[in-house]
Design a protein around this ligand. Structure first.
Ligand code: 16G
Ligand code: ZN
Length: 548
């Protein structure tokens, strides 16, 4: 019939490159941009089917390879909630990406559609919102994805142009909630809630004195969008560097991934920035780290990573929550659950700090989808990976309680500490992206909290002292030979390794280490931390030797 021949005709124009094998993995499909046209076309089909499966809800398709080099590209699909594509669809997505030819592809799609109860009879229209980062290959790859969407009859693709990944996720979520969803609305929501937090700060009169923040935009989309956001905010304390206009290359010697992994000063920063509050975004602006340059002579930085952001957010939210809950006992019948989600990569000192502060800390395996899912189980769930990806999720039930409580307070005790705490929590829930980690909203929340506390970046950094840590990777023939459990902290296969790791780690003061197969590279990763740098290095090396 018509749908079949449409699919066959379009698919024939996007042949699978020979010898390639694609895997959706933790971060979507990623590869050299030159081999991705068939993958993009097929991702477009998946997005359409996903929309049909959800009764025509809007699905997102983002063309980006995040922090990878500029010649790479990739694609991620966003579900109706604005979160990542359901893991249940990953096997099908992989199969579609690797179908050898148009006939196989058609058969796969028809079988899957039948199994999932998806019909192509035109009774339901699919809608896919698309965005891309600033990579030069993005435009033609996005066109290929559009053709994929159009290969499913009755589907509509809307090209939103150049966006940060979190902007697209935000728009998908907003659209499906029937809210205004353009870029201007995104900026207005961030700017409005940021202003609200500043005005509610104890020292709000001093907002014109906020000290300078310099942001490394990774020569990517985040820089461009942050410049727009700054205009909307009408503030002068934020300076954007590495905005891609000065000839710098995306992610080359710049950006959050570089700064966090290499722990050195990014290009464009130097002696003049000593002691100043600095931050780095990654190539699609879903990761953020802060840093400080301690001296003009070296390349070293003091890194303020995702764990520290998590701690800052958790501390502030816990404080506001306890102010809000103090007083009349009858309202305390609702006890919101606050949860903090980390991975094994979280610095042990951060976990200690959070637990000492009375917070509930939970661990999941590496990968945003696991952290996000866990955080969503709480009334307020805060998650971060050490690499700077994270956000704060507020449950629907908590938000409606908060709104009711806030209305009540504004009529009974306007201007009280309790009312201000309620307003602050509401502002945080609007500022911080509810769909996915977002460097721009994370940055504004950090800035608002530092202002509220009256803290410098050094004072923030002093919340706790990171234990020295060391990461290594070991090339192995088959990384799937290593199987872990307990959020990747315990090896179950091959037998005997975990016992050996325990014995070696116990020899070092505060020694902790784990190994896990990478989700993105053919390696086993080794993490070690201990009381001194030499100990951490030594422990990592010994563990790596066990793996080899
Ligand atoms: C992906 C994940 C990131 C994780 C990294 C680990 C998403 C969107 N991204 O980039 O969260 O930290 O993989 O890589 O989930 P690895 O498995 O190679 O260590
Ligand atoms: Zn990213």
């Amino acid at each position: 019939d018509e749908q079949r021949s449409l699919l066959l005709r379009s698919a024939a124009r996007f042949p699978l490159p020979e010898g390639m094998r694609f895997s959706y993995g933790t971060a979507g499909f990623r590869a050299d941009a030159l081999v991705l046209h068939s993958t993009m076309f097929r991702a477009g089909i998946i997005a359409s089917l996903r929309s049909l499966k959800n009764d025509g809800a809007v699905i997102g398709l983002m063309v980006t390879a995040s922090h990878n080099q500029i010649t790479d590209n990739g694609v991620k699909i966003a579900d109706p909630s604005g979160g990542m594509l359901s893991q249940l669809w990953e096997p099908f997505t992989d199969a579609v990406a690797n179908a050898p030819d148009a006939d196989h592809l058609l058969r796969l799609i028809c079988d899957f559609a039948e199994k999932e109860g998806i019909s192509f009879d035109g009774s339901c229209r699919a809608e896919v919102l698309m965005g891309r980062d600033t990579r030069p290959s993005g435009e033609s790859l996005l066109e290929a994805a559009k053709e994929g969407v159009n290969a499913i009859a009755g589907s509509a693709a809307t090209d939103m142009g150049v966006l940060t990944a979190p902007q697209l996720h935000w728009m998908v979520r907003a659209r499906n909630r029937g809210e205004k969803a353009s870029e201007v609305h995104y900026f207005e929501q961030l700017a409005g809630s940021f202003r609200c937090l500043i005005d509610l700060a104890p020292n709000h009169g001093q907002k014109s004195t906020i000290s300078k923040l310099v942001v490394d935009g990774a020569n990517g989309v985040g820089a461009e969008k942050l410049e727009l956001l700054i205009k909307m905010l009408d503030v002068s304390f934020i300076e954007v560097r590495n905005n891609g206009k000065g000839g710098g290359i995306l992610n080359e010697g710049v950006g959050a991934d570089y700064v966090q992994k290499e722990r050195v000063v990014p290009d464009g920063f130097g002696g003049d920035d000593v002691g100043i509050r600095c931050a780095s975004l990654d190539g699609d602006a879903d990761r953020l780290v802060y840093f400080m340059i301690p001296s003009a002579s070296g390349k070293d930085i003091i890194l303020v990573d995702g764990d520290k952001m998590l701690s800052l957010f958790a501390l502030f939210i816990k404080d506001q929550l306890s102010v809000l809950l103090q007083g009349d006992v009858k309202d305390n019948s609702f006890q919101p659950r606050l949860g903090v989600v980390q991975t094994a990569y979280a610095n042990g000192a951060s976990t200690d700090y959070l637990k000492r502060s009375g917070l509930e800390v939970i661990f999941t395996p590496t990968g945003v989808k696991y952290l996000h899912e866990k955080a969503a189980e709480y009334d307020i769930g805060i998650y971060f990976e050490a690499n700077g990806h994270g956000t704060v999720l507020f449950s629907k039930c908590f938000l409606s309680w908060l709104e009711a409580r806030s209305n009540e307070l504004s009529s009974n005790s306007a201007g009280s500490d309790q009312q201000r705490a309620a307003l602050r929590l509401m502002a945080v829930s609007k500022l911080i992206n509810q769909a996915i980690g977002d460097a721009l909203s994370g940055l504004l929340l950090v800035e608002a909290i530092l202002f509220h506390m009256g803290w410098s970046i050094s004072q923030w950094n002093e919340l706790y002292h990171d234990l020295p840590s060391r990461q290594l990777k070991v090339k192995v023939k088959d990384r799937t030979a290593v199987v872990t459990t307990n959020a990747e902290t315990t090896v179950v296969k091959p037998p005997g390794i975990q016992e050996a790791i325990n014995v070696v780690s116990a020899k070092y003061p505060r020694g902790r280490s784990f190994i896990r197969p990478s989700g993105t590279e053919d390696v086993i990763r080794v993490y070690a931390e201990a009381s001194t740098k030499d100990y951490a290095d030594g422990l990592a090396k010994s563990i790596a030797e066990l793996v080899e």
